[in-house]
Write a protein of this length. Structure first.
Lengths: 113, 115
């Protein structure tokens, strides 16, 4: 069974640009969560989607958005990139029940210059 | 709101010995789950063990066990018989209430296993 796949693995952008990250969950999983990991702030929750609906959202500005498609694949978009957006973005999938372990991908390392 | 505190930035252990990684938590939710994840240098988060707030027994998964003390709000991870491959960053996390998919992580502990 394939794991969670995130693309691209690495990305370099400049300030002001926008970026889209992709996440393919484990087959059968309907929930996808996104996390930002930085050395300073650690791991922070961005949002969670289940069956194309956002069920939960973290404390990030509106520049961070996401969506989920009918096949459960998810995309995350960051508009008007800032230097502070440089981070490892991790995607996780699950069946979508409460207190269920999440399966993480290897992440997308975003560098904003 | 939930909070996780991991007070050990780094830990060292000799191969084949046991090690305990500390985790304390704070939550106002009566029902919650506690998780431990391992993050090797590759970046992927690997699930290790889970403890539910109403579970009577401490969770165990192979060489991993969770020392759950609810009154003290602590959920320490015990790794027995450490291996060189255990060298990684370890995160404690909590999910509370109806926060589907929303884990609150601690700052992590870097574990180094010496041969």
């Amino acid at each position: 069974k394939a794991g969670v796949t995130q693309t691209p693995r690495y990305l370099i952008k400049t300030r002001g640009q926008q970026v889209t990250l992709s996440c393919s969950p484990i087959s059968g999983h309907r929930s996808v969560s996104w996390y930002q990991q930085t050395p300073g702030q650690g791991l922070q929750f961005l949002f969670e989607y289940f069956s194309e609906t956002q069920r939960n959202k973290g404390n990030f500005p509106g520049r961070f958005s996401g969506r989920q498609f009918s096949n459960s694949r998810s995309e995350m978009n960051v508009s008007t990139l800032e230097l502070g957006d440089s981070a490892l973005y991790l995607c996780a999938s699950s069946l979508g029940q409460f207190n269920e372990k999440l399966f993480f991908g290897s992440g997308t390392q975003l560098s904003v210059l | 709101a939930q909070k996780i505190t991991q007070t050990q930035p780094g830990m060292f252990v000799q191969e084949k010995e046991a090690v305990t990684l500390d985790c304390t938590y704070d939550t106002s939710d009566p029902s919650y789950g506690l998780f431990w994840y391992k993050q090797p240098s590759s970046g992927e988060m690997i699930f290790l063990i889970y403890q539910g707030s109403y579970d009577q027994q401490n969770a165990t998964e192979g060489r991993y066990s969770l020392n759950f003390q609810k009154a003290r709000k602590s959920a320490n991870l015990v790794i027995s018989a450490s291996q060189l491959g255990d060298s990684a960053m370890y995160f404690c996390a909590i999910e509370g209430g109806t926060s589907y998919g929303k884990l609150t992580f601690g700052q992590g502990t870097i574990l180094t296993v010496h041969p």
